[in-house]
Design a protein around this ligand. Structure first.
Ligand SMILES: [Ca+2]
Length: 398
């Protein structure tokens, strides 16, 4: 089976089951710039916040009229940015949310700058990431995707909050851009009446044909008219209430993680980041998440323990199934750099072992795919299997 288009990968981040209809529906991204900043340590440049709304700079020179500067005291720098949401923009229902920046300063090893988002529900700061990948005084685009229930990042005043800090006085840094990218699905106009009586507002009827795609799974992934734009127990229950025959999948990566993931600390503690020749963790070039090092049985065992804990938690929320993505060899267009020890064959074998371990750890679940790892040329880029793990929740049969 083939990997779906990148657009669909974005849509699937919060997961999803989707259906039919035409090509007019699309994803639209709105960038929300900060509306105020307060400084707790060091000093924030006099440049207006408006410079952060747009990405202007590349290369090795900075431009004070297009970026803002953050200068540490001897204790470092810390600034807190508030992002007031524009009228009508619903982050809670968004299909994707990411903090996007463009950084100029020191490499992380010389001076670590941290990006955090406020989790208002938890009353804590969630670390999204650092100035990873930055080289000395060279503009480095950064993107930190957020996951889970987006409503926790928005307070009662409809604001998001970001903390940007370093404890090091080594150097200043400039940001050319600092925005929340809010991606929403803009659906087709509703179909003309008569509406399906049993759908209760959910459009769950295929209106296209399967004949133009290789198989049903691709069709479901690529051509849809129902998108669950955020997750949560009540939302899953509502979908099942509207149509008990709908299978609700939770999206997960077979060997990938982001700093915003719930068990990211465990990923770091287990030493699962996979470094490339530059010394930086290998990352997905589109969304910034990290591929994990599953090259040894020990690492695979450590990762599967984390992954299975995640999957159990998701199945407990009411999902019917888990959708494990990125099961194929790594497409060169999707990775910033390959580790020195990477090979398609060994990576595919490692994925096969991870899948076997997940299968063994979740005996109550069954794989709905018979896909088995097999050598395939990297030219088949994007080649990926799509095992879906189906939970044991009892539901009316279709
Ligand atoms: Ca700018």
């Amino acid at each position: 089976m083939r990997i779906p288009p990148t657009l669909v990968r974005a849509a699937l981040t919060a997961l999803v089951i989707l259906i039919a209809s035409a090509a007019r529906a699309d994803y639209v991204t709105v960038n929300v710039p900060p509306t105020s900043v307060t400084t707790q340590r060091g000093s924030t440049g006099a440049q207006p916040l408006a410079v952060l709304a747009q990405k202007d700079l590349t290369g090795t020179t900075t431009e004070p009229t297009r970026a803002q500067r953050y200068t540490p005291s001897i204790f470092g720098y810390q600034g807190t940015f508030t992002f007031a949401l524009p009228e009508g923009l619903d982050v809670t229902a968004a299909s994707g949310l990411a903090l996007v920046s463009n950084f100029y300063g020191q490499p992380r090893g010389a001076q670590r700058w941290t990006f955090q988002v406020r989790d208002f529900a938890a009353g804590s700061w969630l670390t999204l990431g650092y100035n990873d990948g930055a080289t000395y005084h060279t503009w480095q685009p950064l993107s930190f995707p957020l996951s889970g229930d987006f409503s926790r990042f928005v307070n009662a005043a409809r604001e998001l909050s970001v903390r940007y800090f370093t404890y090091s006085p080594v150097d200043w840094s400039d940001l050319d851009v600092l925005v929340f990218a809010v991606t929403s699905f803009v659906p087709d106009p509703p179909p003309p009446p008569p509406f399906p009586a049993d759908a209760s507002g959910l459009r769950s009827v295929f209106s296209g044909a399967f004949t133009n795609v290789p198989d049903q799974l691709d069709y479901v992934a690529n051509v849809h008219d129902l998108v669950i734009t955020s997750s949560g127990k009540s939302k899953i229950a509502a979908i099942h209430a509207a149509n008990p025959d709908t299978t609700v999948y939770r999206y997960a990566k077979v060997a990938g993680a982001s700093p915003s993931d719930p068990r990211w600390d465990q990923v770091l503690a287990a030493g699962l980041l996979w470094n490339g020749p530059s010394g930086n963790p290998v990352a997905n070039t589109q969304f910034g998440w990290n591929w994990l090092d599953i090259t040894t049985p020990e690492k695979r065992a450590a990762w599967v323990e984390i992954l299975v804990a995640n999957l159990r938690e998701q199945l407990a929320l009411g999902y019917d199934a888990v959708y494990l993505d990125n099961c194929g060899i790594i497409d060169p267009s999707l990775i910033n750099e390959y580790p020195l020890d990477y090979s398609d064959t060994s990576y595919y074998a490692a994925i096969g072992d991870v899948l076997a371990r997940v299968r063994a750890a979740l005996p109550e679940c069954r794989s709905s795919s018979t896909a088995t790892p097999a050598a395939s040329p990297r030219a088949g880029a994007g080649s990926s299997t799509w095992p879906a793990w189906t939970g044991s929740r009892s539901r009316p049969s279709a």
